[in-house]
Design a protein around this ligand. Structure first.
Ligand SMILES: Cc1ncc(COP(=O)(O)O)c(C=O)c1O
Length: 437
């Protein structure tokens, strides 16, 4: 297939809501760890990893071999039958999730942290399940979420999403209070006794790679407990070694009541889960099933991912290469004032672009996400880097944040290649003043 045909097929047969990056998008036909290849044989260094999914690299042979073996053995039943891989996966996750028991099976369940999982297929579905679980446990209806957070496309998760462009449904329920900081969360808890949970990403991904402040969770923990509301942490984008720890919430030293995960868990094979303490899980007794959730193939992929992360020390690598990338981005920021802020953790980094006098990103759900000069500059950079063989991400409420979320298997040479080209690109664009401001 040629890319013109691909574009024509997309126009003809896709709903227009599904948009693509780039004016002349490459048609990708092959992946090999941190590299991608298009239909013309051009090689690209991938710095977005399919939106933080391919943490272990594209077509990773270690994972493929295990998945292929499982495909040849048993592909699907459903969770009303007994199959082995998903049970091993549940056991394994209990060992790596926050608040893990010291020795598997020996800790007193309840206060021991996250040990019980429910498997499904997508991030939206995991968050929807987590919100449902919070309602069932507390008997309360409403939620608090953060401005700039993204939790999914389903009814409730869209309602809890604090980014205007991702709230397509004109009839979303008004069950969610939006907060900009810890004081807002506490104020909402005090105003309304009907709060089931507060949901947030420890580092907002789509909102522009924004880590919550260091003391944020400690400040809200007491008030949440006092009001009987649960803490749901969405690790869908930040989980599985991306930030230098298995889960980003570990940087904050708190154990959430419920945690959700997807994306990198399957390294491209659809799988998701929400998890809680035994104590909370025991209250979810009404029947619930997911036809494909944690089927033998996706569970097997996830087990291979966890093995690969451990075997290749991907947490340490993300921390080390993330620190190197960050230092190089900070140097670029010192040279180009248009880079207003570099932020994030590990290999989940963002660089916010804003011209002096321009409106930096940082609004709430009422911010319409206007396309201004910095958003246009972001697009120009992405286009130019694509021509140079680098796939970079973008996000932020104003779509003016460059997102650096590569497969965690990249090396320093890859980072140097990216930085050299980014520096050149910024020089060219800003000097040529193609934006004609
Ligand atoms: C933090 C976060 N939560 C939830 C979702 C929704 O996940 P999915 O697209 O798998 O439904 C996303 C997707 O980008 C996300 O980044």
């Amino acid at each position: 297939m040629e890319r013109q045909e691909a574009l024509a097929l997309r126009r003809e047969y896709f709903m227009p809501c599904a948009q693509h990056f780039y004016k002349d998008p490459p048609l990708f036909v092959r992946g090999d760890m941190q590299y991608l290849y298009d239909e013309r044989g051009k090689k690209y260094l991938d710095f977005f990893a399919g939106v933080s999914v391919m943490n272990c690299g594209h077509s990773n042979p270690f994972i493929i071999e295990r998945v292929a073996a499982q495909l040849g053995k048993l592909q699907h039943l459903t969770n009303v039958y007994l199959t082995g891989p998903v049970l091993r996966l549940a056991e394994r996750l209990a060992q790596v999730m926050p608040g893990r028991p010291a020795l598997p099976g020996t800790a007193p369940y309840g206060s021991s942290g996250l040990v019980s999982s429910f498997f499904c297929n997508s991030g939206s579905e995991a968050n929807e399940g987590a919100l449902l679980l919070a309602r069932l446990v507390t008997g309360k209806r409403k939620f608090i979420a953060l401005n700039g957070g993204l939790h999914g496309r389903t009814y409730l998760t869209q309602a809890a999403t604090g980014i205007p462009m991702w709230r397509a449904d004109p009839f979303l329920p008004s069950d969610v209070y939006f907060a900009g900081n810890a004081a807002d969360v506490i104020a909402a808890l005090e105003k309304d006794r009907n709060i089931a949970a507060f949901i947030c990403e420890p580092i907002q991904g789509n909102g522009g790679i924004r880590p919550v402040p260091p003391d944020f969770f400690k400040e809200i923990a007491g008030p949440l407990n006092a009001h009987g509301a649960l803490l749901i942490v969405d690790e869908i984008q930040s989980g599985f070694a991306r930030t230098g720890k298995m889960f980003a919430i570990e940087h904050y030293g708190v154990v959430p009541d419920i945690m959700t995960m997807s994306k990198a868990l399957g390294n491209g094979i659809p799988i998701a889960a929400f998890a809680s303490s035994k104590e909370i899980a025991l209250q979810f007794t009404r029947p619930s099933a997911s036809t494909l959730g944690g089927n033998p193939v996706s569970a097997c992929a996830a087990l291979a991912v966890l093995d690969y992360i451990e075997q290749e020390c991907l947490c340490a690598k993300a921390e080390e290469n993330g620190a190197y990338l960050r230092a190089r981005l900070d140097t670029l920021a010192a040279k180009f004032p248009v880079i207003k802020e570099v932020r994030g953790k590990g290999l989940m980094l963002g660089a916010e672009l804003a011209f002096d006098g321009g409106d930096p990103d940082g609004g709430g759900p009422t911010d319409a996400g206007s396309v201004d000069d910095s958003a246009r500059l972001t697009d120009r950079i992405l286009e130019e880097l694509k021509e140079r063989g680098i796939i970079l991400g973008k996000n932020g409420l104003g779509r003016n944040v460059l997102a650096f979320q590569p497969p965690l298997v990249i090396n320093r040479g890859d980072i140097d290649f990216l930085i050299g080209n980014l520096e050149d690109t910024l020089e060219n664009i800003l000097e040529r003043d193609v934006l004609q401001r």
